[in-house]
Ligand binder design. Structure first.
Ligand code: PMP
Length: 474
């Protein structure tokens, strides 16, 4: 800068004479794209952005499975809080206000697996309500953190059956009795829930497809989505088949004999139940498909990676089931299937996107070498040319470990009383040095990662050795 400019002086409004380092020159910036005018203008509040979510063609996964029919994804994770539940949150509050049941300043209560809690916390924050959410302990940490950040008071309950006095639903009911001017919205019995989908989600689909849809696949939690969409389609396009997707361990599917397995044994949040909610009308569902968590979470990861659809576990569940249905029924060219993607993968970064969580819960094998697509699949031990791993004792110092690292090792199994206690990685080591200010004579105990799932010592050493191959510095 040639001239210093003081804020407040008239010259402050004249551009500083910076040296021109920008590449903004005609030649570099001559190929423009045509601007497509917005179909919408400024919104009054964030609540006005709920709905009107995109419908996007899937271009890779169905094709890679040899499926010929068309798959369109209704991206409900484009809603402002990242889930389909924004629609019913706004509608339930608006209808209760219209009926004179609530007014700003009152307390709203909801029992939810998370997404309705987030949607309602958003609506409550914008409209000026106190928000209390009760949620089962299986709800992801991310969802709980978001609800709290929106100002909601979150009570985490046991993940017990709904009629158990300790369940999130029983506790919400109890709180409504105890707190003056409070109102339990109860998405499981509130008619505004399916109505929101009848009036908006279904209408959007009809408009986006010009009325040409052959199959709609949706999961069911409260059943609001599938019942609302189902009713509208039975009226407008009765030949369109509505297919419900239900995890094993849930009892929503019909015929009953499909619901084999122990009730309540699924991890997916948001869909499946141990009882049939009032908001689910199974008369509009033509067929049900059961699916397990492992397939659902695997497909979720594929949707993110291969289609760029940043959706959550219930979306993977619906797509995995829909693809299975398309294959089994040989749905061919010209058939159009819509899958409803319920929420965002950002709700599950510590779970579905976390390899350690996936392995711990049995959704991923201990190492990716069991994947035939892995470049090291079936490669013999000799060919891997592994170096012997260096093990360390638990009271070794940072100084000693750093010397081993200098020899090119990045992972060290930690041995205590002839057992593997865990391991130290380059990352855990650096974290302690940089963030926790450890010095060279401190013991590395704090850097030991104990979460590693040690099934057998051999497999751990194998993993460590492989990581070593991958991470060894040149
Ligand atoms: N997907 C996700 C992620 C959800 O949170 C929910 C609702 N709990 C659903 C799907 C199913 O929606 P509905 O409650 O309308 O059946």
């Amino acid at each position: 800068m040639k001239n210093a400019i003081k804020i407040g002086e008239p010259q402050a409004f004249i551009y500083a004479e910076n040296e021109d380092t920008s590449e903004w020159k005609e030649d570099n910036f001559s190929s423009h794209e045509e601007y497509k005018p917005l179909s919408f203008k400024m919104k009054e509040t964030i609540l006005d952005t709920i709905g009107h979510t995109p419908l996007v063609k899937m271009n890779k996964i169905p094709q890679s499975e040899g499926i010929k029919c068309e798959f369109l994804a209704k991206c409900e994770y484009f809603n402002p809080s990242g889930a389909v539940k924004d629609r019913i949150s706004l509608r339930m509050v608006a209808d209760a206000e219209k009926a004179g049941k609530i007014k700003p300043g009152d307390t709203l209560i909801e029992a939810t697996c998370g997404n309705t809690g987030i949607g309602l916390a958003l609506v409550a924050a914008m409209k000026g309500y106190r928000m209390i959410v009760t949620t089962p302990s299986k709800t992801s940490r991310e969802k709980i953190a978001i609800m709290r950040s929106l100002g909601a008071e979150v009570i985490v309950t046991s993940t017990s059956a709904c009629d158990d006095p300790e369940s999130h639903i029983s506790i919400a009911k109890k709180m409504e009795k105890e707190i003056p001017r409070s109102y339990f919205l109860s998405e499981y019995s509130n008619h505004s829930n399916p109505l929101a989908h009848y009036d908006t989600t279904a209408e959007e689909l009809l408009e986006q497809c010009d009325g040409k849809i052959d199959y709609i696949f949706a999961g069911s939690g409260t059943g609001g989505t599938i019942s609302g969409i189902g009713h509208k389609f039975k009226e407008k396009i009765p030949q369109c088949k509505i297919i419900g997707v239900d995890p094993y361990g849930s009892v929503l599917a019909l015929p009953e004999k499909l619901n084999e397995g122990k009730v309540g044994t699924f991890s997916d949040e948001g869909t499946g139940h141990d009882y049939v909610p009032k908001t689910l009308d199974r008369t509009v569902v033509d067929q049900w498909i059961k699916i397990n968590d492992k397939e659902s979470f695997y497909m979720t990861r594929r949707l993110v990676k291969e289609e760029g659809l940043l959706c959550g576990g219930s979306s993977g569940q619906v797509v995995a089931a829909a693809l299975q249905y398309a294959k089994e029924n040989s749905l061919g060219e010209g058939v159009r299937c819509v899958v409803i993607l319920g929420d965002t993968i950002r709700n599950y970064t510590t779970e579905i996107l976390n390899d350690a969580w996936m392995r711990r819960n049995g959704y991923m094998s201990l190492n990716s070498l069991s994947d035939p697509k892995h470049s090291l699949f079936c490669v013999s031990w000799e060919k891997l040319e592994l170096k012997e791993s260096k093990t360390v004792k638990k009271d070794v110092t940072f100084d000693e470990v750093s010397k081993l690292m200098a020899q090119g090792f990045s992972y060290f199994p930690v041995i205590h009383k002839e057992k593997i206690l865990g391991y130290i990685s380059e990352h855990s080591f650096m974290h302690q040095v940089i963030n926790e200010k450890k010095t060279k004579d401190d013991s590395v105990g704090s850097a030991i990662i104990k979460e590693v799932q040690i099934v057998i010592m051999l497999s751990l050493l194998f993993l460590i050795a492989l990581s070593h191959v991958g991470f060894q510095r040149s």
